[in-house]
Design a protein around this ligand. Structure first.
Ligand SMILES: Cc1cc2nc3c(=O)[nH]c(=O)nc-3n(C[C@H](O)[C@H](O)[C@H](O)COP(=O)(O)OP(=O)(O)OC[C@H]3O[C@@H](n4cnc5c(N)ncnc54)[C@H](O)[C@@H]3O)c2cc1C
Length: 413
């Protein structure tokens, strides 16, 4: 929907990525009028090869998609994760996270795998048909202003968009966060994730594999079979930054030989089903996620290692919490950018964001320590978790995203 230059909307979301667009749809469905501005073009963002990643969507995030009407579009595209197998290299002593049939989620799975492209296609289709959303793709923001009465963003083509609340959702390098002076703690892992699609002879049986090597984790994530009936998985292989270029330059045959060596034959014969791409890995965390008429969501607020597949889920929990804070506030007659609305959002998200960030960082470091003693400690820890049901359930609840006080949109429909 187009909007006039002078119109003041309730919320302006800067960055219409996976988190920003989900937030915009949720706010719009709750009755708020929303601007969404993204510097990229949706046709480019959904082209094959733009983002070769796949995401594990937790049960709670799936509940959010269901509430927002995305589930019918996404349901046929997702591959349920029935179990997560965690291994310290190829040594014996793996732990399996496999929920009992009565453990609650709709199909008892630990989430579903989706190609990021499919997530974007569904979000963009719903957003395009949502009357409360004014979507401004391929728009570069050249100036942002926030004041006691409202916020505005000037686009490179001269338009000025106005709203009551500004949301920074531009991912890791969020210029809105930087401009607001919200301090970020950050460190680089000096690792890079190499991502590729694999086709393989053995079925994956809906098992996600996390195989930890001192050089970095190696994950095999189950995807649906392709149209030719080939079994497929998504590979996320973490390598040291200084060897990443060499791994990316390898011939397909050499790359597959290296990958096979780390897979212990769990998927049988493997071949490449998509080109390789790579992502630098770092950690960042912002203690303050609100300022005057401003809130941060998703990777703009926190960036974590993809070891446990939680970054997007964490961002979707931000989105669900912010939708609830803004819509509850508006129902009480409060301005969406009111300090009380934002303070509630920040209080709600602070502990979850920090806990997931620290747990993920701890896991990354624990599994990255070389040597036999460290390996023994890891395997003893893993054996303990394997045998101790409450601890295992806690880990599984975290994977499903259903621990802690949940926003209403993350509850089952
Ligand atoms: C290899 C890898 C695997 C991962 N796997 C998983 C997983 O399995 N599960 C999971 O939960 N998470 C996973 N993650 C994390 C997840 O991908 C991110 O947390 C998630 O994409 C963050 O979404 P976002 O919308 O906050 O940011 P982004 O996806 O970065 O989106 C930002 C948006 O803002 C736009 N933008 C940027 N700058 C500007 C600007 N100046 N002006 C306007 N618009 C702008 C961009 O075009 C984009 O659309 C993985 C990450 C990596 C690297």
């Amino acid at each position: 929907m187009a909007s006039s230059n002078s119109e003041i909307r309730d919320v302006m979301v800067l960055g219409g990525g996976l988190v920003g667009m989900t937030l915009a749809i949720g706010l719009a469905r709750a009755g708020a009028s929303v601007h969404v501005v993204d510097r990229d073009d949706p046709a480019a963002q959904t082209a094959e090869g733009f983002d070769g990643r796949a995401s594990a969507i937790s049960t709670a995030s799936w509940n959010l998609f269901t509430h927002l009407g995305l589930a019918p579009l996404l349901e046929p595209k997702g591959c349920p994760i029935a179990a997560i197998a965690v291994n310290d290299g190829l040594k014996p002593g793996r732990i399996d996270f496999r929920p009992e049939p009565h453990e609650g989620s709709p199909n008892d799975s630990l989430g579903r795998m989706f190609a990021n492209r499919e997530l974007r296609l569904a979000l963009f289709e719903i957003a395009a048909g949502e009357p409360n959303i004014a979507w401004h793709p391929a728009s570069e923001v050249v100036a942002r202003e926030r004041g006691s009465f409202g916020v505005s963003a000037t686009i490179a083509d001269g338009r000025t968009l106005r709203a009551r609340l500004m949301v920074g959702a531009e991912g890791r390098q969020s210029p809105t966060r930087e401009e607001a002076g919200l301090n970020v703690a950050r460190w680089e892992y000096r690792h890079r994730a190499i991502v590729a699609g694999l086709a393989h002879s053995r079925p994956h049986d809906n098992v996600a594999w996390e195989i930890f090597y001192p050089s970095g984790p190696f994950a095999l994530l189950p995807m649906l079979d392709d149209e030719q009936g080939r079994h497929r998985s998504a590979l996320v292989w973490t390598v040291a930054e200084d060897s990443a270029a060499a791994v990316l330059r390898m011939s397909d045959a050499a790359f597959l030989a290296e990958a096979r060596e780390r897979m212990g034959g769990v998927l049988g014969e493997v071949e490449l089903a998509s080109p390789r791409s790579s992502f630098p890995l770092g950690f960042h965390h912002t203690a303050r996620i609100v300022a005057e008429r401003l809130a941060l969501v998703g990777d703009a607020a926190h960036g974590i290692h993809p070891i446990a597949g939680q970054g997007l889920n964490l961002g979707l929990r931000d989105a669900a919490a912010l939708i609830e804070c803004v819509s509850d506030g508006m129902r009480l007659g409060l301005d969406p950018g009111d300090g009380q609305v934002l303070a509630r959002y920040e209080r709600w998200r602070a502990s979850d964001g920090l806990m997931v960030a620290m747990a993920t960082d701890g896991l990354t470091r624990l599994f990255g320590i070389p040597g036999r003693t460290a390996s023994l400690v890891r395997r003893l820890g893993m054996a303990g978790v394997q045998r101790f049901a409450p601890l295992k359930r806690w880990f599984m609840d975290e994977a499903r995203g259903v621990s802690g006080k949940l926003p209403r949109l993350l509850e089952p429909v």
